[in-house]
Design a protein around this ligand. Structure first.
Ligand code: NAG
Length: 393
């Protein structure tokens, strides 16, 4: 290709210290692009030569401006977010500042510095909030904000709308317009993923994974990190003139394109590490109540002891209620082709990092767990009692 027509491109990745942002940065580097990773903390792995890391907080406009200084950035991947899982989900102020305030800062600096392309990493959850969705597509409306059970999804929804509305806005430097698109990925997995998989493995290892819940026919979706990387690179191309700017202003669902029962998806991981897959199945409503109580307890006690809630209501929905989306639009417009992956390399990653049960040992006994199980049974009995009986207690 003629180097004058396409000078070497510089991209900035917010959240570039995280699992996905870092993988994307490494993949982009391989394609010959200059990569700047912007994050509050460095990646867990060593940064390959040729990739720059800029430390800064997306909540502070001055940090964002500093990151864009001195480089002619032509594309931004805005991945940084807060509050997706675990106890993080319950810190509302921080979630709002990072997800909404941070996105405002990025949009403002893109316009000011004349960055023509922005790809926002969104989530299924801007549409899904516990309702059954089968093969949904991008024509589905956003979930009304007040129906989001969690702050993360609500703020991601607000931010996605801001990003898509910013499509077509004038750049202050040079001429032309900002073009934006949003990718809405399913749950991400891959070797070395640090957010969901270690939590699942720790539950398995502590003997807490003793039951599954919900309808065995319920289907959800996942996306392998490398498929998501591919989708992001394709989306950045599809915002360019030579692709007719086809992606400008557009959202896309991105997944492996293989709906699967949440728990069955993790079976190879549980069994691959030498544990028994649970055979008890509890009703979804019961687990939802339990998650609600856990969140209440965290709300009341969290200031004294910021414990990791076992499950939140959003996590119960995400894992137990059918929701999957068509990837046709991404295939057609971006040229996205989901590669087949399984959990084998994830199993190998955990074994290489000292996990996995040595043969012969028993499932660990856990008093806490037994107490929880009894509590669940008590709750389920109470929910069946007529309310007059409970009121008279
Ligand atoms: C995004 O902006 C471009 C440039 O102004 C415009 O041509 C395109 O129609 C916009 N996309 C949407 C979905 O509004």
């Amino acid at each position: 290709m003629d180097s004058q027509r396409s000078p070497k491109e510089t991209v900035l990745i917010t959240g570039g210290g995280g699992y996905f942002g870092f993988r994307l940065g490494c993949a982009l580097k391989q394609t010959g692009v200059c990569v700047l990773l912007f994050d509050i903390s460095r990646p867990a792995e060593a940064i390959p030569e040729g990739i720059q890391f800029v430390c800064g907080d997306i909540r502070h406009l001055s940090d964002v401006e500093k990151a864009f200084q001195g480089e002619n950035i032509t594309c931004v991947f805005h991945i940084a977010s807060h509050g997706m899982s675990g106890r993080e989900q319950l810190n509302q102020k921080l979630i709002e500042e990072v997800n909404v305030g941070g996105t405002d800062n990025i949009l403002q600096v893109c316009r000011r510095r004349g960055v023509p392309r922005l790809i926002y990493t969104s989530t299924f959850n801007v549409i899904f909030g516990g309702q059954v969705i089968r093969n949904g597509d991008e024509s589905l409306p956003y979930l009304p904000l007040h129906l989001h059970p969690d702050h993360y999804s609500r703020t991601k929804s607000i931010a996605e709308k801001k990003v898509l509305e910013a499509n077509g806005s004038a750049l202050e430097r040079g001429h032309g317009v900002l073009r934006t698109c949003a990718l809405r990925p399913a749950g991400i997995y891959g070797p070395g993923e640090q957010r969901h998989l270690p939590r699942i493995v720790s539950y398995v290892e502590r003997g807490l994974f003793k039951f599954v819940y919900g309808d065995p026919q319920s289907l959800v979706e996942f996306v392998h990190v490398d498929n998501l990387v591919q989708a992001h690179i394709l989306a950045s191309e599809a915002l360019k003139a030579d692709k007719g700017h086809v992606a400008s202003g557009q959202p896309y669902f991105i997944s492996d394109g293989r709906p699967v029962n949440n728990f069955e998806f993790f079976r190879p991981l549980v069994e691959g590490l030498g544990y028994t897959f649970p055979s008890i199945r509890l009703p979804l409503a019961l687990i939802y109540c339990f998650a609600f109580l856990t969140e209440m307890a965290h709300f009341i006690l969290g200031r004294l002891y910021n414990f990791q809630p076992f499950l939140t209501r959003t996590e119960v929905y995400k894992t137990g209620v059918t929701h999957y989306f068509s990837i046709e639009k991404a295939k057609k417009e971006l040229g996205y082709k989901a590669q087949p992956f399984d959990l084998q390399e994830v199993v190998e990653w955990f074994i290489a990092h000292g996990h996995g049960r040595s043969s012969g040992s028993r499932d660990s006994e856990c008093l806490v767990w037994d107490v929880l199980l009894i509590l669940l049974l008590v709750i389920s009995v109470l929910t069946w009692l007529p309310s007059s009986v409970i009121l008279s207690i």
